[in-house]
Design a binder for this molecule. Sequence first.
Ligand code: SF4
Length: 274
Amino acid sequence: MSLSREQMLVEMGVAPLWVLRDQARQQPASVAPEVPAAAEPVLGAELPALAPKPASVQAPPVAATEAPRPRPVMVPGSAVTVDGLDWPELKTQVAGCRACGLCEQRRQAVFGVGDENPDWLFIGEGPGADEDVQGEPFVGQAGKLLDNMLAALDISRGNKVYIANAVKCRPPGNRTPEAAEMAACWPYLERQIALLKPKIIVLLGKAAVHAVLHDDKSLASMRGKPFEYAGIPVVVTYHPAYLLRNLPDKSKAWEDLLFARRTLRERMAPELPF
Ligand code: SF4
């Protein structure tokens, strides 16, 4: 059964449904919704077309607030080369890859899923047991939560969204992938990003942050800050599996998604449908 928008926001832990500021002004004060000060005030409703901001309040570009970050450092001897591979070639190579020890216990490599011409690229950690069986990232309970997060933004894994992982093969026991495993697998993710050309990247959890930004700071210290990879804005938030164990942090993840959406809107054209 599909959820309504309000149910999805309840699922995200950010109910009551937030409404457009203009709509709120039109309501009597006694029924106007309370909006957390730190969160974006426009939720749960279609956004109006954006008028250009006055120069005095124009947000600075992401690059102006964050120093360029070094590309991830690969372990010497990584067996993976992907130069010039197209989508079919890349998928074939991933399916047969044995470049690190994670190939030993996988049922199948989990390449990624979604719109191959996306605005959004979500990157998680690695396949879990369900993903290993089904061959798709973010299925099971964590996947349902991610789908609800996407739906609350009026996007979905097949619509303007692509979902991938830092490693393509399941770490035994669902452990966190090791740095060497992420480095071995990085050329695949790097090539995916080059082919996808997303307009924004959302990193779900520390492993994804390590893989893409090569940064091991705490997620708490990186949330709400703009980063870049290859000229693409990058936003950091919690992994859905973590959110299932730490329900109060769902609202923080929702704030992060709104920050990502705001970053995207400020960087890109206002004709984007959100
Ligand atoms: Fe190859 Fe990546 Fe799987 Fe390791 S995790 S075997 S590098 S596809």
